[in-house]
Design a protein around this ligand. Structure first.
Ligand code: GTP
Ligand code: SPV
Ligand code: MN
Length: 580
């Protein structure tokens, strides 16, 4: 396979003469190709077959121990002006960035095969979808892209018709963390990534394209590219509401997207549209619609069990690539809180020793096609996407943030999103459990200055009078003993129900200084082991504590200087005076 598109052929030739691969392989996205690569990697030791009777078509990949998560400190947005990247991003001048990284790409693919992966983010026949081509020397990337995106011949066909595509160049390089960079050139619609084979650093369709580059394109074109799950919630009458939720990495998106309603909620059904990324557009009627640009899940493994997420637990029993989990005696994959079996080998391939390290890496992942999900919605293929009733922001907060509250209106909702903070997780290299500001769960993913991003969000209030309502949730409140106050997982449906009731004006709420809070009687606690006191605690707003929070938001906003939108500071001032 080659291409009729000159610009693409020229770029591939250019990259080949720079990186000097032994072979060039154009990926067609077929099963034959996938199976061939799996076999080859199995032979080379890149993948290890898991127990094929218990876990058919499942494989384990162990990444380099220094290469197990996103690397935010090595991720750059290379706009002409530093100010356009903003204080929320690392910046490097485009020329300097190209020079630095091109040096590392010189001869980087010697002795390796260079794969050319045309892919489409979103249904191939969707006007909202966008295409890209990733060039990589990693077969692991190819098989992951096969599960995560619509890749191969169909995507190439669309690219050839459109004539444009996002260029992503990737090499695992020598995995030296000193020579690892993830660089984005929004003006050129291109990405260069070297030195990591891991997830968001290497599968360039995901965070690099579908969020960092796409958010930049979205601002120009009037839409939004967001770190959001998309879920359909069907009530016993058969009506389905679609909700898009932005939670930071490892804060519950996959789990909420494939939730199983508890027994106490008969007749309710959950449909998964997406678990990580949503592209949001206004249609001609002003209705916000969402597509999931991805076609698979790259999900957190630890914590997945029959009780927390049975859908995921079942889904990853076949056709799944595991990255950095442990093994049992039977060669089954094992992870913390799996609740079945015992590990004997850890994620680094050593004999398991709990004093040394956990069996699975805390950021170990599964890659699996979305159609394997028992709650998969076929509307994930709908070119027009699904209508969104509510947008939900959230974070991981031991204290302060209530279980759920509703913003007063869109602009206030933008402030709620901009004010999100959350404890850091193992999804990125660095300390875990530190509360940091993570506006709209996009801190690591917004491809431009957050101040401009908030202006863009605010601008939607002029474009439609039918915008979704905006909410904030927190499943992670803890008591003094470090125990979660809210049971979470399937029980989160109870909160989604309140959110939908609010969207349908079916229920009243208590107005507070931060927004509208449920009356305790309106959260269904039937069959739930939770005391009235705890529920009240979960729904309390302490003005004194919130004032501290708001001051911290204010300090954060100051780092954006004059670029901070006036409307956002107005909303901020209103909130502050409501609290004093
Ligand atoms: P990324 O893929 O990194 O974007 O993460 P995500 O937002 O999809 O998070 P995910 O659903 O994978 O959850 C991350 C961790 O949080 C897992 O270990 C889950 O078991 C745990 N978790 C998810 N939902 C809940 C919840 O409602 N309550 C509690 N206590 N833990 C949860
Ligand atoms: C995240 O970190 O938010 C992920 C995993 O979804 S990664 O693909 O590595 O970005
Ligand atoms: Mn994510």
């Amino acid at each position: 396979m080659t291409t009729t598109l000159k610009a693409l052929q020229n770029w591939v030739d250019e990259v080949a003469s720079q990186t000097l691969p032994d072979n060039i392989q154009w990926c067609d996205g077929s099963e034959v190709e996938y199976n061939f690569l799996i076999k080859q990697m199995n032979k080379s030791g890149d993948l290890e077959a898991l127990n094929q009777s218990n876990y058919p078509n499942c494989y384990l990949h162990r990444s380099d121990p220094t290469d197990v998560a996103r690397v935010e400190h090595l991720t750059f947005i290379c706009t002409k002006e530093k100010e356009d990247a903003g204080p929320n991003n690392n910046w490097m001048a485009p020329m300097e960035a190209h020079n630095k990284i091109d040096q590392l790409f010189k001869g980087a693919m010697k002795g390796r095969t260079m794969y050319v992966i045309p892919y489409c983010m979103g249904p191939v026949d969707s006007p909202y979808a966008r295409c890209g081509v990733e060039i990589t020397d990693s077969a692991y990337v190819v098989v992951n892209m096969k599960l995560m995106t619509r890749m191969g011949a169909k995507a190439l066909h669309r690219i050839e018709q459109e004539g444009n595509f996002v260029k992503g160049l990737h090499s695992t390089g020598d995995l030296d963390p000193e020579k690892r960079f993830i660089m984005h050139f929004p003006d050129e619609l291109s990405i260069k990534s070297i030195g990591s084979g891991y997830g968001g650093n290497a599968l360039l369709g995901k965070k690099c394209h579908a969020l960092r580059i796409a958010s930049w394109q979205a601002r120009k074109e009037g839409w939004l590219a967001e770190h959001m799950l998309i879920v359909g919630i069907e009530n016993p009458q058969g009506e389905t509401h679609y909700v898009a939720c932005a939670f930071p990495s490892a804060c519950g998106k996959t789990n909420l997207a494939m939730l199983i309603p508890p027994k106490s909620q008969p007749g309710w059904k959950i449909w998964t549209l997406g678990d990580d990324i949503a592209w949001l557009h206004l249609d001609e009627e002003g209705q916000m619609r969402a597509i999931n640009p991805e076609a698979g899940y790259f999900g957190v493994v630890p914590g997945t069990n029959e009780k927390t997420n049975k859908n995921a637990f079942d889904m990853i029993k076949s056709d799944t690539i595991y990255t950095n989990v442990g093994l049992t005696e039977q060669n089954d994959p094992w992870w913390e809180d799996k609740n079945i079996g015992e590990p004997i080998i850890d994620w680094q391939g050593d004999k398991f020793n709990s004093d040394l390290r956990s069996a699975a890496h805390p950021n170990s992942r599964f890659t699996v096609s979305a159609v394997n999900n028992p709650s998969y919605s076929e509307l994930a293929e709908a070119p027009e996407g699904v209508p969104i009733s509510a947008i939900v922001f959230g974070g991981r907060r031991k204290k302060l943030a209530p279980l759920v509250y509703e913003a007063n209106n869109w602009k206030h909702g933008v402030l709620v999103g901009a004010g999100v903070a959350s404890e850091t997780t193992a999804a990125a290299i660095g300390e875990v459990g530190i509360v940091r500001r993570d506006p709209m769960a996009m801190k690591p993913f917004c491809g431009y200055n957050f101040a401009d991003y908030w202006s863009h969000w605010l601008s939607f209030s002029e474009k439609s009078d039918k915008l979704p309502k905006i909410f904030h949730v927190n499943w992670f409140r803890q008591n003094e003993d470090g125990k979660f106050l809210w049971p979470g997982f399937g029980e989160n449906l109870r909160v989604l129900r309140w959110i939908i009731d609010r969207c349908e004006s079916r229920v009243s709420a208590r107005s507070t200084s931060i927004g509208n809070i449920p009356n305790t009687k309106d959260i269904d606690t039937n069959d739930l082991d939770i005391s009235k006191d705890v529920l009240e605690e979960l729904l309390t707003v302490e003005n004194k504590e919130w004032l501290q929070e708001v001051n911290s938001i204010g300090e954060y906003f100051e780092t954006f200087g004059d670029r901070l939108p006036k409307e956002l500071s107005n909303e901020f001032d209103k909130l502050k005076s409501a609290l004093t």
